[in-house]
Design a protein around this ligand. Sequence first.
Ligand SMILES: [Zn+2]
Length: 140
Amino acid sequence: MFGRNRERRERLEAQQRWEAWSAGHVEPPLGPDTQEPVAVPVVDDFLPPDLRLPTREELAGMLMAHDLPLVLDGEVRACSECGAYRNWIVASTPDGVWLRCPAGHEQVEPRLDAAWYNRTSGPIIEQHATYEECLRFLGH
Ligand SMILES: [Zn+2]
Protein backbone atom coordinates (compact mmCIF):
# COMPACT_ATOMS: atom_id res chain seq x y z
CA MET A 1 0.00 0.00 0.00
CA PHE A 2 2.88 2.35 0.54
CA GLY A 3 3.79 2.62 -3.13
CA ARG A 4 0.21 3.18 -4.16
CA ASN A 5 -0.24 5.94 -1.62
CA ARG A 6 3.09 7.65 -2.08
CA GLU A 7 2.00 10.19 -4.65
CA ARG A 8 -1.03 11.15 -2.61
CA ARG A 9 1.02 11.31 0.57
CA GLU A 10 3.59 13.56 -1.07
CA ARG A 11 0.83 15.82 -2.25
CA LEU A 12 -0.61 16.00 1.27
CA GLU A 13 2.82 16.75 2.68
CA ALA A 14 3.24 19.55 0.16
CA GLN A 15 -0.15 20.87 1.15
CA GLN A 16 0.73 20.71 4.84
CA ARG A 17 4.01 22.53 4.24
CA TRP A 18 2.13 25.14 2.28
CA GLU A 19 -0.47 25.55 5.03
CA ALA A 20 2.20 25.78 7.72
CA TRP A 21 4.03 28.34 5.65
CA SER A 22 0.85 30.30 4.90
CA ALA A 23 -0.13 30.37 8.57
CA GLY A 24 3.09 32.20 9.38
CA HIS A 25 2.87 34.61 6.45
CA VAL A 26 -0.37 36.51 6.51
CA GLU A 27 1.14 39.45 4.65
CA PRO A 28 3.02 38.88 1.42
CA PRO A 29 6.70 38.83 2.32
CA LEU A 30 8.73 41.82 1.18
CA GLY A 31 12.11 41.67 -0.46
CA PRO A 32 14.96 43.18 1.54
CA ASP A 33 15.62 46.13 -0.81
CA THR A 34 12.80 46.50 -3.26
CA GLN A 35 9.79 46.78 -0.93
CA GLU A 36 8.00 44.81 -3.60
CA PRO A 37 6.33 41.55 -2.73
CA VAL A 38 8.61 38.68 -3.57
CA ALA A 39 7.35 35.76 -5.58
CA VAL A 40 5.01 33.54 -3.60
CA PRO A 41 5.24 29.88 -4.48
CA VAL A 42 2.28 28.59 -6.42
CA VAL A 43 1.24 25.06 -5.62
CA ASP A 44 -0.34 23.25 -8.51
CA ASP A 45 -2.95 20.59 -8.36
CA PHE A 46 -4.32 21.57 -5.00
CA LEU A 47 -6.88 19.33 -3.42
CA PRO A 48 -10.35 20.89 -3.53
CA PRO A 49 -11.74 21.79 -0.09
CA ASP A 50 -14.15 18.86 0.08
CA LEU A 51 -11.26 16.44 -0.29
CA ARG A 52 -9.24 17.95 2.52
CA LEU A 53 -8.84 15.64 5.46
CA PRO A 54 -9.71 16.63 9.02
CA THR A 55 -7.02 17.51 11.49
CA ARG A 56 -5.93 14.87 13.96
CA GLU A 57 -7.83 16.63 16.74
CA GLU A 58 -11.14 16.11 14.90
CA LEU A 59 -10.81 12.34 14.70
CA ALA A 60 -12.04 9.75 17.18
CA GLY A 61 -8.95 7.68 16.58
CA MET A 62 -6.29 6.93 14.03
CA LEU A 63 -5.00 3.66 12.70
CA MET A 64 -1.91 2.69 10.81
CA ALA A 65 -0.45 -0.54 9.59
CA HIS A 66 2.90 -1.41 11.14
CA ASP A 67 4.14 -4.42 9.18
CA LEU A 68 7.60 -4.62 10.69
CA PRO A 69 8.29 -5.89 14.21
CA LEU A 70 7.85 -3.28 16.92
CA VAL A 71 10.87 -3.01 19.18
CA LEU A 72 10.07 -1.60 22.61
CA ASP A 73 12.72 -1.33 25.32
CA GLY A 74 15.01 -3.47 23.20
CA GLU A 75 12.48 -6.31 22.85
CA VAL A 76 10.34 -7.29 19.90
CA ARG A 77 6.73 -6.78 20.96
CA ALA A 78 4.75 -9.99 20.52
CA CYS A 79 1.04 -10.55 20.94
CA SER A 80 0.49 -11.91 24.45
CA GLU A 81 -2.22 -14.24 23.18
CA CYS A 82 -0.83 -15.72 19.96
CA GLY A 83 2.78 -14.57 19.78
CA ALA A 84 2.43 -12.67 16.50
CA TYR A 85 5.06 -9.96 16.20
CA ARG A 86 4.48 -8.47 12.76
CA ASN A 87 1.70 -6.94 10.67
CA TRP A 88 0.25 -4.91 13.52
CA ILE A 89 -2.48 -2.37 13.29
CA VAL A 90 -1.60 0.46 15.63
CA ALA A 91 -4.48 2.61 16.90
CA SER A 92 -4.10 5.97 18.60
CA THR A 93 -7.20 6.82 20.62
CA PRO A 94 -8.01 9.07 23.58
CA ASP A 95 -7.52 5.94 25.74
CA GLY A 96 -3.97 5.39 24.53
CA VAL A 97 -2.19 3.46 21.84
CA TRP A 98 -3.54 0.02 21.03
CA LEU A 99 -1.98 -2.83 19.12
CA ARG A 100 -4.01 -5.29 17.09
CA CYS A 101 -2.30 -8.45 15.89
CA PRO A 102 -3.21 -10.17 12.59
CA ALA A 103 -5.45 -12.59 14.55
CA GLY A 104 -7.45 -9.68 15.93
CA HIS A 105 -6.17 -9.63 19.52
CA GLU A 106 -6.16 -6.08 20.81
CA GLN A 107 -4.02 -4.83 23.66
CA VAL A 108 -3.23 -1.38 24.96
CA GLU A 109 0.49 -0.64 24.83
CA PRO A 110 1.37 1.84 27.59
CA ARG A 111 4.94 2.24 26.33
CA LEU A 112 3.59 3.95 23.22
CA ASP A 113 1.78 7.27 23.22
CA ALA A 114 0.21 9.74 20.83
CA ALA A 115 3.52 11.56 20.33
CA TRP A 116 5.17 8.31 19.25
CA TYR A 117 2.20 7.58 16.98
CA ASN A 118 2.41 10.99 15.33
CA ARG A 119 6.14 10.66 14.75
CA THR A 120 5.70 7.22 13.25
CA SER A 121 2.51 7.38 11.24
CA GLY A 122 3.08 10.12 8.66
CA PRO A 123 0.19 12.17 7.32
CA ILE A 124 -3.39 10.98 7.35
CA ILE A 125 -4.18 9.45 3.96
CA GLU A 126 -7.70 8.13 4.32
CA GLN A 127 -10.72 8.72 6.50
CA HIS A 128 -13.23 6.01 7.33
CA ALA A 129 -16.56 6.17 9.10
CA THR A 130 -15.98 3.13 11.28
CA TYR A 131 -13.15 1.25 12.92
CA GLU A 132 -14.04 -1.89 10.95
CA GLU A 133 -13.87 -0.08 7.61
CA CYS A 134 -10.51 1.29 8.50
CA LEU A 135 -9.26 -2.17 9.51
CA ARG A 136 -10.39 -3.57 6.17
CA PHE A 137 -8.64 -0.73 4.37
CA LEU A 138 -5.44 -1.62 6.21
CA GLY A 139 -5.79 -5.28 5.31
CA HIS A 140 -7.09 -6.76 8.58
ZN1 LIG B 1 -2.62 -12.25 18.67
